[in-house]
Design a protein around this ligand. Structure first.
Ligand code: BG6
Length: 486
């Protein structure tokens, strides 16, 4: 289809990844362990819910004592660590203008609190950035994508410790200084609001029975928000021509009915996420958050300079992921029919289809979400994740005909074009997992997002060979035509 979408010529088309799902080589060249390295693969039949990822302090001890007999697929990734040249050449062939990746913090500071950075880790990312530069691909780097060094969990219970702010800022300053000529787009924390849903992955937090989970989570959130603002400050000082953003797991909540109770609940659920971005972008705690703390008896410790730090160092742009909208209801009967989807609980929306993993498919919701974010923050947006997780099958001829993925992406990109025409400013679009990587929520390889197939299964078998899927050629054409040929 030929469309007139009006994507600007300098629009940054590309793909998005995270070190822990991509690189492998978890113990190579001095890398320390991180939260992601602790996530075992649990076969679907044995999983309590759709998410294999949350772990208690007891389970962490068992894993470290070698008592858990399981695979840890994020330690292996898809071996980008050794194959980055081949993979980047494929991204370049599709015409990528930008590549989103994260630096695995524990490659640089193996325990998180080390006095000196690990040179071999720094060198690896130099190599990757140089390879991208060869093809004119702009790196977009997330400082922390579910990759808190395990040492920080062991020493401080992760982001609960105020000390972690300083360790993170030191790490940020180290990489800003090292890569100041190579990286101009940064993000402080991936899906920062996920801390409330996946506290171990999001903030390296583990809980003991009977602890006040909300108190711990919001205290850790405060530390991340201060750390994020200090990273913005450091980035602006060290790389004056860089842009640094926040990153929200987005997807607006719809009220199930026009009952004001449902509408109010939808607003509250959105605010649970907006809370983080309100602080990062507007520079202060919103009134509704203060009320929430009061109503729940939470007492968040803040240092005297914190308010000024938050106020003075707000983000340049709003990065967000969008997979699905969500639906909420106050009716106990309706709530019985839940679906999964990016970890947020959601009532099943009778108007919308779902993926095999229960993630709702709602292209129009993408336009709605983008407009709402732009209306609220009046800053440029960067769509840093969107995509369709599916179980691809290689045909006997060695082809992957992923028409369902093309269909999902096509409809979403078309809605992004509509949002642009609504006046929403969007810097670029990086679809999730342009090459198949380990799933964050399930540890599966089978849940694939890529334009490039990787020969690897859930059990860790396979040659790791890369195969171009049908969507590879489709996306290449989308980029080549500046979004006109969808
Ligand atoms: C986002 C995360 O929430 O969703 C990614 O930032 C993740 O790390 C992506 O991979 C897709 O989720 P999943 O569980 O299908 O891999």
């Amino acid at each position: 289809t030929k469309t007139l979408k009006g994507f600007p010529q300098n629009f940054l088309w590309g793909g998005a990844t995270a070190a822990n799902q991509l690189e492998g080589a978890f113990d190579v060249d001095g890398k320390g362990l991180s939260s992601a390295d602790m996530i075992a693969y649990v076969p679907k039949a044995e999983r309590k819910n759709d998410h294999a990822i949350e772990i208690s302090s007891e389970r962490l001890e068992d894993i470290l004592a070698g008592k858990v007999n399981a695979r840890f697929p994020k330690r292996e990734g898809v071996d980008f660590y050794h194959r980055y040249k081949e993979d980047i050449a494929l991204f370049a062939e599709m015409g990528f203008k930008v590549f989103r990746m994260s630096i695995h913090w524990s490659r640089i500071f193996p325990n998180g609190y080390d006095a000196e950075p690990n040179e071999a880790g720094l060198q690896f990312y130099d190599n990757v950035f140089d390879e991208l530069r060869k093809y004119g691909i702009e790196p977009l780097v997330t400082l922390s994508h579910y990759e808190t060094p395990l040492g920080l969990t062991q020493k401080y219970n992760g982001w609960l410790g105020r000390e972690v702010v300083d360790h993170y800022v030191k790490y940020a300053e180290t990489v800003f200084t090292r890569y100041k000529d190579k990286v101009k787009y940064w993000m402080t924390f991936n899906e920062i609001n996920m801390l409330l849903h996946l506290p171990f992955l999001g903030a390296g937090l583990v809980f003991q029975e009977g602890e006040n989970v909300k108190q711990i989570q919001y205290q850790a959130a405060h530390h991340q928000l201060v750390a994020s603002a200090l990273a913005v400050k450091a980035c602006h000082e060290i790389i004056p021509d860089a842009k640094i953003g926040c990153m929200l797991a987005a997807g607006s909540f719809y009220p199930y009915t026009c009952n004001p109770e449902d509408v109010y609940q939808g607003m509250e659920k959105d605010r649970e996420s907006y809370f983080f971005i309100d602080v990062q972008s507007r520079g202060e705690y919103p009134g509704y958050a203060k009320r929430f703390f009061k109503d729940h008896g939470l007492n968040i410790e803040m240092e005297s300079g914190d308010a000024a730090i938050l106020k003075d160092h707000t983000v340049d742009y709003i990065g967000f992921s969008y997979y699905s909208s969500r639906t909420t209801s106050t009716d106990p009967e309706v709530v019985k029919n839940m679906t999964s989807g990016n970890v947020f609980g959601s009532v099943a929306n009778p108007y919308l289809d779902k993926s095999e993993w229960g993630w709702t498919i709602d292209p129009k919701g993408f336009r709605i979400t983008a407009n709402q974010l732009h209306d609220r923050y009046q800053k440029p947006l960067f769509v840093v994740e969107n995509g369709f997780g599916a179980n691809d099958v290689v045909s006997p001829e060695g082809e992957v005909n992923d028409d369902y993925r093309i269909d999902y992406l096509k409809r979403h990109i078309a809605e992004m074009g509509e949002a642009l025409q609504d006046g929403v400013e969007i810097i670029g679009y990086t679809s999730w997992g342009p090459i198949d990587i380990v799933s964050a929520s399930s540890g599966e390889m089978k849940k694939r997002y890529g334009y490039i197939y990787v020969d690897r299964d859930n059990e860790g078998n396979g040659s790791l060979k890369r195969i171009k899927k049908k969507s590879f050629h489709w996306y290449k054409n989308v980029i080549h035509s500046d979004g006109e040929n969808l």
